[in-house]
Design a protein around this ligand. Structure first.
Ligand SMILES: Cc1ncc(COP(=O)(O)O)c(C=O)c1O
Length: 383
């Protein structure tokens, strides 16, 4: 028998050679769970003044130039030859004041991605079950695989909202050590109601990680009010979205101090550099500026939503409601061609079509008004 001109015997020989190559090289020392992974890449083009970059849910506004200069000036007085704090003391104190949460219940780090690793390092070992609603932020599943844990997926409902009944039922059956709730969720844009988060906390005995990367854009309240009542709750936040600081890598988590003590044990020390800490502390004092920007972005997201709906009525595009600074929309046909055409026009969006349930789907984040107009003009040209 032959398939594509390759006989069964030839196929076996190729497989045997692959096996031998692995056995005879450094590959045999790499964990199989890592070997199976793919390297993370983001498809697009390098930054340029022409590029309309709407693919990573970033804030379209950089910090004001005057503020940047002021911060750089202040940073000149720092000792660059000295280590920063093991954990960033000033930022932790500033977060504590700003959020009304005890210092001992906060860990700040080099982006919330780092804290995802830290939390999972503390919880997940070989065979540990982690319940992950799907589709959600890719990194959680990847880390579980690296740690040789077991992913228990619970699909979202058809409208991409959280299937809370199924999450609770599956958690009762599978008894996962950890449940991930990315709320508002990326890439779907939808939130879990706070009452539902409380139900999951009450009805399961798992640790619940609520990733609130987009909470500042949400119309629903944060899960922070539940922290006093539940020692199984961890909330993860970032400065990368609403706070315009994706390039400086600042994230933090909130939990009861008894849980943060355990989570901090596997943490890599010194990961927050002095400059990022300085800038983050300053931004916490710029509430008015941040609120103004958030309001603008929410308005632009709504503008995009209405326009995508109008375009969709003619072209059969389905746009989903979003509680974040981005939207997803589903086309009737393959999106790869559309993605490339938009990119040719220097409009960079995200192809999320390889996520479960998101076939033929693109994601776009709200940019400035003119960026959003440029996106819509390009889109209308091609659909
Ligand atoms: C769900 C989710 N969590 C966290 C992050 C941000 O991580 P970081 O703080 O490392 O920039 C993102 C960014 O894309 C995200 O979508």
């Amino acid at each position: 028998m032959s398939y594509l001109g390759v006989t069964k015997n030839q196929h076996a020989t190729v497989q045997y050679r692959v096996f031998l190559t692995i056995l005879m090289s450094f590959h045999k020392h790499i964990k199989p769970s890592v070997h199976r992974l793919e390297t993370y890449t983001v498809k697009g083009k390098p930054l340029s003044p022409e590029l309309i970059k709407l693919n990573q849910n970033e804030n379209p506004f950089d910090l004001p130039e005057e503020l940047k200069r002021e911060l750089l000036e202040e940073f000149l007085t720092f000792h660059w030859n000295r280590y920063p704090d093991v954990l960033p003391k000033e930022l932790t104190e500033a977060l504590s004041r700003s959020l009304g949460h005890p210092i001992e219940g906060i860990i700040a780090a080099n982006g919330s991605n780092e804290l995802m690793y830290t939390i999972l390092m503390a919880i997940v070992g070989r065979g540990t079950k982690v319940l992950i609603p799907s589709p959600t932020f890719f990194l959680y599943e990847k880390i579980v695989h690296v740690m040789e844990g077991e992913v228990v997926n619970v699909p979202m409902k058809e409208d991409l909202s959280f299937d809370v009944e199924n999450i609770i039922a599956t958690a009762k059956k599978e008894k996962p050590s950890l449940i991930i709730l990315n709320s508002p969720n990326s890439p779907t844009g939808q939130s879990a109601a706070i009452g539902d988060v409380e139900r999951i906390l009450t009805e399961t005995d798992s640790i619940i990680l609520v990733d609130e990367a987009y909470i500042e854009f949400s119309d629903r309240p944060s899960a922070q009010s539940l922290l006093k009542k539940f020692d199984t709750l961890v909330i993860l936040r970032t400065f990368s979205k609403a706070f315009s600081l994706a390039g400086l890598r600042v994230g933090y988590l909130l939990a009861q101090p008894s849980l943060t003590v355990e989570i901090s044990k596997p943490k890599i020390p010194f990961t927050m550099n002095n400059f990022s800490q300085l800038v983050a502390v300053k931004l916490l004092q710029k509430k008015e500026l941040m609120d103004e920007r958030i309001a603008y972005i929410k308005k632009q997201k709504e503008f995009l939503y209405q326009n995508l709906r109008t375009i969709g009525e003619i072209n059969g595009i389905r746009v989903f409601h979003s509680d974040t600074n981005f939207l997803i929309f589903k086309l009737k046909s393959d999106v790869k061609v559309l993605f490339e055409k938009l990119l040719n026009d220097n409009v960079l969006v995200r192809d999320v079509s390889s996520y479960p349930m998101l076939k033929n789907t693109l994601r776009v984040n709200a940019g400035t008004e003119s960026e959003n107009m440029a996106f819509l003009t390009a889109l209308k040209k091609y659909v």
